[in-house]
Design a protein around this ligand. Structure first.
Ligand code: GAP
Length: 534
């Protein structure tokens, strides 16, 4: 699939626009247009419904160790600064960046790769930010240009290393930056905290500094006690939250994949430490199935378990749900969601203070005078089991998804050029084969012609359906063109009122993917649509 075609469709049909486009845009920020907002809402509503409101508290779901409860939460975006100090984001949520003094561009240190090469008595580490799965092929023309050689003189380049990350190179004087002409223009890597800082209140001093949340999860942890005390939930239970998060990404890219403002859909699932391994496996598999059920193809969706050496000592497992986005090099996958076993790390940090690893233990980090570096709330966050009397800090399983990444994956998966049906210019029709639950519009109502009483019947049907479904009325242009317009918007069904409707009160229903048409009674349309969308 050609990503440029999808990006162009998204703009043309009102799925996604660059933020502040009329002023030249703002890198890393996106606006959802009329169709995009419906699609993303449907993704979020499907998640909320499947995880929270439609969850059956009474019976054991398939694959789960036991029945459990789910509740929701909607926390503020700006929280007490201590939240981020204890969570570790204040000290540790950073990337390393390098700046190029020549091109004035900024890069993430770990995204630059290069090769050592010698020619004409000079040696250089020639770099690129790879755009393909063959960075060596991208590096060679840059090296030729740097040494002032022609393509046919390529054998004069003496390669001295395989492709390696810039993070392995300490001698920056010999580095040719990805967009530079001279050596040594890249700065040393500098730490850069990804949290957006803001000021609360009118005084505007550093003491009033606060942060836009970089994840929704912490709002759940700091409200754990409130939820337990107010809603009579009993462990095991989950708290779900979706909403905006903000990260000042150094290099936002790949459409909405890496944005600076995005939405997350997170669950913190609290369970007894002894049962946490089973719950981890349950959530990992459940979340994988959720994406499959909404149409992602299994060959492009994978569940990647982190290797043991990648895991924190308390962690039984972490898995990423990854999708083969078309903008990635062949064979590479991008993260859609992480499912992590977090032990009691978060509740303990908010109770006792910021934790650090000492040997294979987590202990409260202290300053030289022995005081906690970042003091916890001091509130007991333990859970007391009313039946057994046992007190403990529950362990947490965290399925953490991105609403924008999921929306992008569904769009990529849905894009299809149907060579069996050509438009009036002889081009394959473009179809968004979105799952009906996700489709922005559920159906279109189309009078075949604008006369002979057809518009009146069509309008009546449109108004009746509108009470329940997001449907669209279109009476403009040739019927074939109208169908193709709906195919491109991902509308799964079209109902057409034609000459026969006037005689026998039937209409046609046309399916988006097959273009198959059937007749059905006008008064059966709502029920049929309900059935097909279920
Ligand atoms: N509480 C855990 C947490 O936030 P994460 O892996 O940093 O974990 C979870 O983020 C999900 O949020 C990712 O899998 C991704 O879908 C989404 N996400 C993270 N950073 C993003 C960004 N810059 N742009 C869009 N989505 C992002």
């Amino acid at each position: 699939m050609d990503m440029e075609k999808l990006v162009s469709l998204c703009k043309r049909r009102g799925f996604l626009f660059q933020s502040s486009e009329i002023y030249g845009g703002l890198n890393g920020f996106w606006d959802y247009g009329p169709l995009g907002v419906e699609l993303k809402r449907n993704v979020k509503e499907a998640w909320w419904r499947d995880m929270v409101t439609a969850h059956d508290d009474l019976n054991v779901p398939p694959g789960a160790p036991q029945a459990y409860q789910m509740v929701g939460l909607d926390c503020s975006i700006i929280m007490h600064p201590q939240v981020w100090k204890c969570s570790g984001h204040y000290d540790m949520f950073h990337d390393f960046m390098v700046d190029c003094k020549e091109s004035k561009k900024r890069y993430r240190h770990d995204q630059i790769v290069g090769r050592w090469v010698e020619a004409k008595g000079k040696r250089a580490f020639v770099t690129v930010v790879p755009e393909t799965d063959n960075p060596a092929a991208e590096i060679e023309p840059r090296a030729l240009k740097f040494f002032n050689l022609r393509a046919k003189q390529a054998e004069e380049l003496v390669w001295q290393s395989p492709v390696e990350s810039l993070t392995a190179v300490s001698d920056h004087e010999q580095v040719l930056g990805p967009d530079a002409k001279a050596l040594g223009t890249l700065t040393q890597p500098r730490e850069f905290n990804l949290m957006f800082k803001t000021i609360v209140g009118a005084m505007g001093t550093e003491d009033d500094a606060a942060f836009l949340r970089p994840e929704t999860a912490q709002g759940i942890f700091v409200n754990f006690k409130n939820v337990v005390d107010s809603s009579r939930v009993r462990v095991p239970f989950g708290i779900a939250q979706m909403g905006k998060s903000f990260r000042n990404e150094i290099t936002p890219r790949n459409f909405t994949f890496r944005s600076r403002e995005f939405e997350q859909m997170e669950i913190e699932f609290f369970c007894h430490p002894k049962e946490s391994a089973e719950w981890y496996r349950y959530w990992r598999d459940r979340r994988y199935q959720w994406y499959l059920g909404l149409g992602l193809a299994s060959e492009r969706l994978r569940l990647r378990e982190h290797e043991a050496k990648e895991l924190a000592h308390y962690s039984v497992g972490t898995a990423d749900l990854e999708y083969a986005f078309p903008f990635l090099p062949k064979g590479e996958f991008g993260e859609l969601e992480g499912v992590a076993h977090r032990g009691d790390f978060d509740l303990r940090s908010h109770q006792d203070g910021k934790l650090i690893k000492q040997g294979d233990q987590f202990v409260v980090e202290t300053t030289t005078d022995g005081k906690p570096k970042h003091k916890g709330s001091g509130k007991k966050l333990e859970y007391r089991d009313e039946l057994t009397g046992e007190r403990y800090l529950p362990h947490v399983i965290e399925p953490s998804a991105g609403a924008d990444r999921a929306t992008l994956a569904f769009l990529c998966e849905a894009y299809w050029e149907d060579a069996a049906h050509l438009d009036e210019k002889g081009r394959p029709r473009t179809v968004l084969r979105l799952h009906p639950r996700l489709a922005p519009l559920k159906a279109a109502v189309l009078p075949l012609v604008n006369k002979e009483g057809m518009p009146e019947i069509a309008e009546k049907l449109y108004l009746a359906l509108k009470k329940e479904f997001n449907v669209f009325y279109d009476d403009g242009g040739a019927i074939g063109r109208r169908y193709y317009r709906q195919d491109e918007a991902g509308t799964p069904f079209c109902f057409t009122i034609d000459g026969q409707t006037l005689q026998d009160q039937t209409v046609t229903i046309r399916e988006r993917d097959t273009t198959k048409q059937e007749r059905l009674p006008l008064d059966a349309v709502a029920e049929e649509l309900r059935k097909r969308l279920a």
